[in-house]
Design a protein around this ligand. Structure first.
Ligand code: VG1
Ligand code: CO
Length: 563
C-alpha cells in the first residue's frame, strides 16, 4: 500500500476549544481543512502501531470524516481502528471503549449540542488513552502542528462499509466495526442496581412513569437498550430516539429552552420522571412534572446518595469535584462526608488527572454535565439511571407515600441549605463588545474600584456588598500544570457570587456567559428555600448586570438563553 504525500497549506484558527475543534460544516468541507487537522492529531501522538477508536454522534459529514481518518491514520501507521457501527459511539460510550480495549486514543466526531446539518456545526475531538478529552499540552501540540503543516499522508484503499459489525481491513490496518451500544450497556449494569430499579418501576407503573427524550441525538439506541430492553418499560417511555444527521432540525441541548419536546410531554401527560440528553450523549436534564433539578444540585444529590449505587458502595467515594462556575452544593456534601473536593476550570478534561490519581469519584458542571470515574467523560444516561437508582432506593426505605424528585430536593435543602444558581448566555455577540466587558472587569480587578461597594437591587431591595474580585487560575494538583484566565469572579459578603466567562465551544462570534449563585442556609424559611431560581436570584442578577455594564458593552438587552 503506497503512502501518498499530499501538499497542503495551514488554515487559521484550528485551535481546539473547551471540547475539540468546532466549526460550521462548510468550514470542514473546504479542501484539505479536515485532512490538515486529522494529520495534526496523528503528528501529536505516537501513531505508529497505535489503536484508535473512532466514534461520534452521527451528525452530518460524519461518514466522510470517518473515511478521511482511516485514509490518513492508516498512512501514519495506525495498526488497528475500532469504529462504532455507522461511525456512531456516544461520547461516554467512546470513552468506555477506549478504556476497555486499551486503545491509544480516540477521535470523536461531534459538536455536542450544537445543531447539525449542512448549514450547521461539525466537530473533531481527540481523547487520550484514559478515555478522557486530551489535556491542554496535547491540544496545544495539535494546534501548533496545524500552523506549520505542509503536507499530509494518505493511503488510498477501498472505503470501509461502516454499516456491519465485522472485522475487516483498510490498507495495512485492521478495522473492527463494533456494536455502538453493547459495551456501554455492560458497563452501566456493573455500576447500578438494575433489579432494584426494575422492581420499583414495575410496582409503581401507574404513578411513577418515565419519559426519556433523545432529541434525535445519539442516545436513542442507548436509551432503548436501557429503558425498553433492560428495564422492560413500554415504548412510550422513550421519544425522539432515532438519531438523525441533523437532529430533526432541532437543537439537541437538554435544557428548559431547547428540550421543549420533553417539557411539553412531561407537563401534558403528568410524567413523574422525565429526562433528556444532548447530541453526543454526555449531557443530561432531569425534569419531572412540576420538578426541575439544576445540574449543580443534581450532582450534589447523587453524591449525597452515593451509597445506594453499587459502584460507589463497593468501591467507595474517593473525592468530589465541580467546575468553577458550577453551584457549590457539592462542596457542602463533601464537607459533611469528610471527603476531599476540588474546583477545576470549565471542561471535563480537568477532572481526568484527579480520577486517574484515585482522588475523585463524582463530579459535575452547571452545563448539564454529570459523571463519575466509571469513564473519563460526563455521561448523560449514567446520570439518568443514577437518579432512577436513587429514587428506587429512597422508595424502598420509605414505608408510606411515593417519593418523587421534589421530595429529594426539599430533603436535600433541609440538610444543606440551597444554592440558587442560574446562567445567562449571550450568544454570538461582537468580539469587541465581549473584550470590552472583560477589560472593564480586569480594570476593576487591578484598581480595586469595586471592593466594598454596596449595591441595592431596585426591585427586591436586596443589598449586596462586593467582597472580592479575581481571575480564576488553576494549578492541577497532580501534574502542576497551570491554566490561567479561566473566568472572572465577583464575590459578595453574603457568600453570593457572579462569574463572567467567554465560551470556548462556539463556532462563530463570541459568547459571553454570566453565572450567578446565591446561598440560603437550611434554617431559612421554607417558602424562601422553595422559590424558583429566577425569583431567588432576581436581585443579584440586577446587581450583576449593573456592576458589569454588560448591556452597555454587548448591546443586548436580554440573554439568548437562560438556564
Ligand atoms: C460548554 C460548557 C462546559 C462544557 C463544554 C463542553 O463550554 O459551559 O461546561 O464542558 O461546553 O460540553 P463553554 O466553553 O462553551 O462554556 V459538550 O456537551 O458541548 O461536549
Ligand atoms: Co455534549
Amino acid at each position: 500500500y503506497p503512502v501518498k504525500e499530499i501538499p497542503t497549506k495551514p488554515f487559521e484558527g484550528q485551535k481546539p476549544g473547551t471540547s475539540g475543534l468546532r466549526k460550521r460544516v462548510k468550514v470542514f468541507q473546504q479542501e484539505n481543512y479536515t485532512e490538515n487537522f486529522v494529520q495534526a492529531i496523528f503528528d501529536s501522538i505516537d501513531a505508529k502501531g497505535s489503536t484508535i477508536v473512532i466514534g461520534g454522534d452521527g451528525r452530518f459529514f460524519s461518514p466522510e470524516a470517518v473515511q478521511i481518518i482511516l485514509r490518513i491514520g492508516s498512512a501514519n501507521g495506525v495498526s488497528k481502528f475500532i469504529v462504532g457501527k455507522d461511525g456512531i459511539l456516544s461520547t461516554p460510550a467512546a470513552s468506555n471503549v477506549i478504556r476497555k480495549y486499551k486503545a491509544t486514543g480516540g477521535i470523536l466526531l461531534t459538536a455536542s449540542h450544537n445543531p447539525g446539518g449542512p448549514d450547521n456545526d461539525f466537530g473533531i475531538k481527540y481523547n487520550v488513552s484514559n478515555g478522557g478529552p486530551a489535556p491542554e499540552n496535547v491540544t496545544n501540540k495539535i494546534y501548533d502542528k496545524t500552523k506549520t503543516i505542509s503536507s499530509y499522508k494518505v493511503i488510498d484503499a477501498t472505503p470501509v462499509d461502516l454499516s456491519k459489525v465485522t472485522e475487516t481491513t483498510y490498507g495495512p490496518s485492521k478495522v473492527q466495526i463494533i456494536d455502538s451500544v453493547a459495551d456501554y450497556l455492560v458497563l452501566l449494569k456493573e455500576v447500578f442496581d438494575f433489579p432494584l430499579i426494575k422492581s420499583f418501576l414495575h410496582k409503581n407503573k401507574n404513578d411513577f412513569r418515565v419519559l426519556f427524550d433523545g432529541l434525535n441525538g445519539v442516545t436513542g439506541p442507548y436509551a432503548r437498550a436501557i429503558l425498553v430492553e433492560t428495564l422492560e418499560l413500554s415504548e412510550e417511555s422513550i421519544q425522539n430516539c432515532v438519531p438523525l444527521p441533523d437532529f430533526g432540525g432541532g437543537h439537541p441541548d437538554p435544557n428548559l429552552t431547547y428540550a421543549h419536546t420533553l417539557v411539553e410531554a412531561v407537563e401534558k401527560n403528568n410524567i413523574q420522571f422525565g429526562a433528556a440528553s444532548d447530541g453526543d450523549g454526555d449531557r443530561n436534564m432531569i425534569y419531572g412534572k412540576g420538578a426541575f433539578v439544576t445540574p449543580s444540585d443534581s450532582v450534589a444529590i447523587i453524591a449525597h446518595w452515593a451509597d445506594v449505587i453499587p459502584y460507589f458502595k463497593n468501591g467507595g467515594v474517593k473525592g468530589l469535584a465541580r467546575s468553577m462556575p458550577t453551584g457549590k452544593a457539592i462542596d457542602l456534601v463533601a464537607q459533611k462526608k469528610g471527603l476531599e473536593y476540588f474546583e477545576v476550570p470549565t471542561g471535563w478534561k480537568f477532572f481526568g488527572n484527579l480520577m486517574d490519581a484515585g482522588r475523585l469519584s463524582i463530579c459535575g458542571e452547571e452545563s448539564f454535565g454529570t459523571g463519575s470515574d466509571h469513564i473519563r467523560e460526563k455521561d448523560g444516561l449514567w446520570a439518568v439511571v443514577a437518579w432512577l437508582n436513587i429514587l428506587a432506593a429512597a422508595n424502598a426505605k420509605s414505608s408510606g407515600k411515593l417519593i418523587g424528585i421534589n421530595d429529594l430536593l426539599s430533603e436535600f435543602y433541609s440538610i444543606y441549605g440551597r444554592s440558587f444558581f442560574s446562567r445567562y448566555d449571550y450568544e454570538e455577540v461582537s468580539s469587541e463588545g465581549a473584550n470590552a466587558l472583560v477589560a472593564h472587569l480586569n480594570d476593576a480587578l487591578k484598581t480595586g474600584s469595586l471592593k466594598d461597594t454596596v449595591h441595592v437591587s431596585a426591585s427586591t431591595t436586596d443589598k449586596f456588598t462586593v467582597s472580592g474580585l479575581y481571575n480564576f487560575e488553576y494549578t492541577d494538583p497532580i501534574d502542576q500544570s497551570v491554566s490561567k484566565n479561566q473566568g472572572q469572579v465577583i464575590t459578595f459578603s453574603d457568600g453570593s457570587r457572579v462569574v463572567f466567562r467567554l465560551s470556548g465551544t462556539g463556532s462563530q462570534g463570541a459568547t459571553v456567559r454570566m453565572y450567578v449563585e446565591r446561598y440560603l442556609a437550611n434554617n431559612a424559611p421554607v417558602n424562601e428555600l422553595s422559590k424558583s431560581a429566577a425569583e431567588g436570584l432576581k436581585g443579584l442578577i440586577e446587581v450583576a448586570l449593573e456592576i458589569s455594564k454588560l448591556k452597555e458593552f454587548l448591546g443586548r438587552d436580554k440573554p439568548t438563553v437562560i438556564t
